[in-house]
Design a protein around this ligand. Structure first.
Ligand code: ATP
Ligand code: MG
Length: 356
């Protein structure tokens, strides 16, 4: 048994395939490893040059209930924005987990290209230009459509926050990551209920309402949409902290003041969205929060040009996002072709030399 301390180009065998630990883009001497509260996420590459994320949980989060993660994709098949739901779980008896106990219940999933919204929020603090409103409007519209589709089929992320959204601004699309707390009607209540993140947690949850419901994303989804619409606003970007726009729900003077300014700034260019945001802000329960479909429709109504932009950027509702050729879980096609070639040679040999 060893400790997992990978160096760039080290390899690991998982689910019968070899993966290489890839280096960090800005620090080639070390492997890419993003730290979250619950886990470290490594960047791996398979022998076809496809990239994968390996999520290695900290000891207290290595839980047998993570086995269920392999079934997520069954529920998300027809949905956009959930490419990372295609998951394989390293079980305790797998050889990788026997060699590296840290890998127990680790999750292998497709690598999502782009930047987290948390990274983008840090840009002004690092002196990097914020993305343009032209890119942010269709991207946040995509987010609202992803969330509206999920709510329509009774699924919720329940832990929406900037670190759990990956934006591809060139494709103007958003992918959700960190799906372990996903609400599904068929899933048993979690042992430890997730309470969301300050700034994205509705007041009702502060007062004891559960986030284990299909409407869990209404408040957080609306606040994240408002952030994206306000981030490139010249008068507003300085009002963001390094982590969010609001530091909590309504009630604190600082938040209420910021909300009034946000609603005023949005009401000119996005009047329908500003109205939806006000309803979410003042809602006493998640039920009173506008449905995510209403959020999405409000943006579309405020930005008639959006349909054209979305169509051009190829983010229209489409087939499931997973690209089969990226999956390490398909049979190894190279081995299959070799086998077919061998059979053909043997048959030809038989016909030419033995058959006569
Ligand atoms: N599939 C993925 N593709 C690319 N990057 C990923 C992927 N999954 C996770 N990451 C990166 O790793 C970071 C941490 O991942 P994740 O949010 O899943 O961990 P966590 O410990 O559960 O986080 P939290 O702190 O939100 O509880 C993300 O913010 C992101 O930068
Ligand atoms: Mg996270």
């Amino acid at each position: 048994m060893k400790a997992l301390r990978p160096k760039p180009r080290d390899t690991i065998s998982l689910f019968g395939e070899i993966f290489v630990f890839r280096e960090h883009g800005q620090a080639a001497w070390t492997v890419y490893c993003a730290e979250g509260r619950r886990a470290s996420v490594y960047l791996l590459e398979d022998d076809r040059g496809e990239f994968w994320a390996l999520k290695v949980f900290k000891p207290m989060f290595r839980d047998p209930s993570l086995r269920d993660q392999e079934e997520l994709a069954v529920h998300t098949r027809a949905l956009q924005g959930l490419r990372s739901s295609h998951r394989r779980v390293v079980l305790p008896n797998a050889s990788a987990a026997r060699m590296f106990p840290e890998l127990k219940y680790a999750i292998l999933m497709p690598w999502i290209e782009g930047e987290t919204w948390a990274d983008i929020l840090l840009r002004p603090f690092a002196g990097i230009t914020a993305p343009s409103l032209e890119d942010l409007i269709p991207t946040c519209y995509h987010l609202t459509r992803v969330l509206a589709q999920m709510e329509a089929v009774g699924i919720a992320h329940t832990d929406l926050s900037p670190g759990n959204l990956i934006l591809d601004l060139s494709k103007r699309e958003v992918q959700l990551i960190d799906l372990e707390d996903m609400y599904l009607a068929t899933k048993p209540n979690p042992r430890f209920e997730n309470l969301g993140v300050p700034g994205y947690r509705p007041l009702s949850v502060e007062h004891g309402e559960s986030l284990w419901t299909r409407s869990a994303d209404r408040y957080a989804g609306t606040i994240l949409t408002a952030e994206m619409l306000l981030f490139s606003h010249p008068g507003f970007v300085s009002k963001f902290t390094q982590e969010s726009l609001f530091t909590g729900p309504r009630g604190a003077t600082e938040n209420d003041k910021k909300f009034a300014e946000a609603a005023a700034a949005l009401s000119g260019p996005f009047p329908r969205f500003a109205a939806v945001l006000s309803r979410a802000w003042t809602a006493d329960t998640l039920d009173e929060c506008p449905r995510l479909r209403a959020v999405s429709e409000a943006i579309a109504a405020d930005c008639p040009a959006l349909q054209g932009v979305v169509a051009r950027s190829g983010v229209k509702p489409s087939r499931p996002a997973i690209n089969k050729s990226r999956s390490p879980f398909r049979p190894n096609s190279r081995k299959l072709s070799l086998l077919v070639a061998l059979v053909i040679v043997l048959v030809a040999f038989y016909l030419v030399f033995i058959g006569h």
